[in-house]
Ligand binder design. Structure first.
Ligand SMILES: Nc1ncnc2c1ncn2[C@@H]1O[C@H](COP(=O)(O)OP(=O)(O)O)[C@@H](O)[C@H]1O
Ligand SMILES: [Mg+2]
Length: 427
């Protein structure tokens, strides 16, 4: 079978790579892809915009692509799955109505309340004065969130009411475009964050191995947040007992409530969780797609062919799927351009990619492009290098052994990815 992957990041390189692990997948086309998908065997890029649904549909139909996998949230929120399905294509990724679970934090909060899912207490305002008045009655720390998609920049954890008020003003300033037409103000939750990405066919919902990521740019999780500087799986923070609670208290009620709302949600439902000191999983947010860089740590552990897993979701047979995992652990370390997450240069030539791959590390490219036979940096997060091992220690060491072979001007990565799980044996 031939498949099409929509997107251009490290997640999409990983999805293409994972699909091609199966001999049944003969070719993957990435729209628009990156340097990694341009140079991966049996994979090629197609220069179309992910919002060009018509162009994507036409190409997929003419070329007999039997599976379309949508990486990023933006096209899902714009209704790509609905459009392509109407054209007769098989799409992995939820419909536009389902994607609201990520595209509107207010909508997601209302769904959680209706479903009885444990989450932070929250109030929603579409009027700045009302939001500011409410805020003055609250205690800090408190969390202020722009309602819509804000590329990871719409949330402020405020430690003073002044900072919170400033954040509310910013949300309504138009800085986030349509995403800032309303604000969610919510209680600050204490605990450790972890991610459970779950597969669903709209009826059955089943978790992938749980992951944790490092959001901050600096070592020791210091400094501003990024798209993610590293991730590892399966995180021991989600014990089997906590996973049972996630299944019963988060995943099942979410999918049941979506169904009750008439939403046939098929694809990934990603629960961003806060595990409280008492071991209670509370939802921070839902996403409607694979996480980046969690995918780079989770998918290399999947034993069952990815296209079979995805087709089972699309065709409503997830209950009978035998989901198998490799033993051991995976850790992904992100390599960024100097200056990220603020401004950064592009165009630096990257060397040592083949040498890194020869160590056994999996080199997933993110912000890169192919330029005259070389791979050059083309984004803030440039690469994600994944190591596998029997223990976290080994997986982490293998990721760094790969990175040691790679060089480009100003390259930056954290040296402490996985410090919370160092020395812990993997499941
Ligand atoms: N209620 C909360 N309590 C504590 N921290 C929170 C809360 N909500 C969000 N955060 C922090 O802010 C980060 C971003 O918030 P999130 O809701 O995941 O938005 P997004 O990923 O869309 O930017 C979270 O990963 C978490 O670190
Ligand atoms: Mg988040």
């Amino acid at each position: 079978m031939k498949a099409l992957v929509v997107g251009s990041g490290g997640r999409e390189h990983t999805l293409a790579w994972a699909l091609l692990q199966s001999p049944k997948v003969t070719e993957v086309v990435c729209v628009p892809g990156n340097g990694g998908t341009a140079t991966l065997a049996r994979c090629r890029n197609l220069a179309l915009n992910p919002s060009d649904f018509e162009g994507i549909a036409r190409f997929a139909l003419v070329n007999n692509l039997e599976l379309v996998v949508v990486g990023p949230e933006q096209p899902l929120a714009e209704g790509i799955a609905d459009y392509l399905q109407d054209q007769g294509l098989k799409v992995f990724g939820p419909c536009q109505a389902g994607a609201q679970i990520e595209a509107s934090k207010a909508w997601a909060k209302a769904l959680m309340v209706e479903a009885g899912i444990p989450t932070a207490q929250a109030a929603v305002f579409d009027d700045e004065a009302a939001a500011q008045a409410y805020l003055q009655q609250q205690e800090v720390p408190i969390v202020v969130k722009a309602d819509g998609l804000a590329a990871g920049k719409g949330v402020t954890v405020a430690h003073t009411l002044e900072a919170a008020a400033q954040a509310v003003t910013e949300v309504f300033s138009g800085k986030f475009g349509a995403a800032g037409s309303s604000v969610v103000i919510e209680e600050f939750m204490v605990g450790q964050e972890a991610s459970v990405l779950a597969l669903t066919d709209g009826q059955t919902i089943r978790p992938l191995v749980p992951a944790q990521d490092h959001k901050a740019i600096g070592e020791g999780d210091a400094g501003p947040n990024t798209g993610g500087m590293g991730a590892y799986a399966p995180t021991p923070v989600i014990t089997p007992a906590i996973m049972e609670r996630v299944q019963a208290e988060v995943l099942e009620p979410a999918i049941a409530t979506l169904r009750r709302l008439g939403i046939d949600y098929r694809g990934i439902l990603y629960a961003g969780l806060m595990i409280t000191p008492e071991g209670i999983p509370k939802v921070v947010e839902f996403n409607c797609r694979f996480g980046d860089p969690e995918t780079q740590a989770v998918l290399p552990l999947l034993e069952t062919p990815l296209q079979e897993v995805m087709l089972a979701c699309i065709e409503g047979r997830l209950d009978s799927l035998d989901l198998q995992w490799k033993p051991g652990a995976a850790a992904c370390v992100v390599v960024a351009a100097e200056g990220y997450p603020d401004s950064y240069p592009k165009g630096m030539e990257i060397s040592g990619l083949d040498e890194a791959a020869a160590t056994g590390a999996l080199v997933f490219q993110a912000g890169t492009r192919l330029k005259g036979g070389s791979i050059v940096a083309d984004g803030g997060r440039v690469l994600g290098v994944t190591g596998l091992g029997d223990s976290f220690e080994e997986a982490i060491a293998n990721a760094y052994a790969g990175i040691d072979k790679i060089c480009f001007e100003g390259m930056y990565h954290r040296r402490d990815i996985g410090y919370r799980v160092q020395g812990i044996a993997a499941g």
